[in-house]
Design a protein around this ligand. Sequence first.
Ligand code: HEM
Length: 140
Amino acid sequence: MKKLIFPALLLASALMLPTPLRADEDTPLAKEMEKVDEAFKGFRRETDPVKGAKAAREAQDAVLKTVALVPAMIEKMPAGEAKDKAIAAYRTQMGQLFVIFCEVESAFIAKDLPAVTKLVESVKGSKKKGHDEFMEEEEE
Ligand code: HEM
C-alpha cells in the first residue's frame, strides 16, 4: 500500500499542472498585440474626440512595448544577416504603426473624423502587412 502513495501523489500533482500552451500562443508579443487590438477597437469607430485621442494614446503605449520584442518566427531563424534584416524590418513597421497612432491622436484633437477614417484604413493595411510577413500562420 505504502508503495502506491508516491506514484499516487505524483499523478495528483501532474493533474494539477496547467495544460501546456500551443507553441504559437500567448507569447509576450501576442499579449502586447492583444492590447494594441483593444486600443484599436477603442478608436476605429469612435466619434468623441476626447475618447478617441485617449484610445490612440493607449495604442501608442502598447506599440512601444512590441518594438522591444521579437516575433517567434524571427526568433527561430539562425543568427546572421537574414535574421538581422528581419528584425530591422519588423521594428521599422512597428515604428510606422506608432507614427500612424500619433496621427490618429492628432486627427481626433483636430476633430477631423474623415482623417481618422483614412488612418484607420492604413492601420488595417499595416496589420495585414505585418502579419503576412512576420506571423507563422494567419490568426486574425
Ligand atoms: C493595429 C495593428 C495590429 C493589431 C491590431 C495586431 C493584433 C495582433 C493580435 C491580436 C495578435 C495575437 C494573435 C492573434 O490572436 O491573432 C497578433 C500577433 C502578432 N502580430 Fe500583430 N497586430 C497588429 C499589427 C502588427 C504589425 C504591424 C506587425 C509586424 C510588423 C505584427 C506582427 C505580429 C506577430 C509577429 C504576431 C505573432 C506573435 C509572435 O510571433 O510572438 N502585428 N497581432
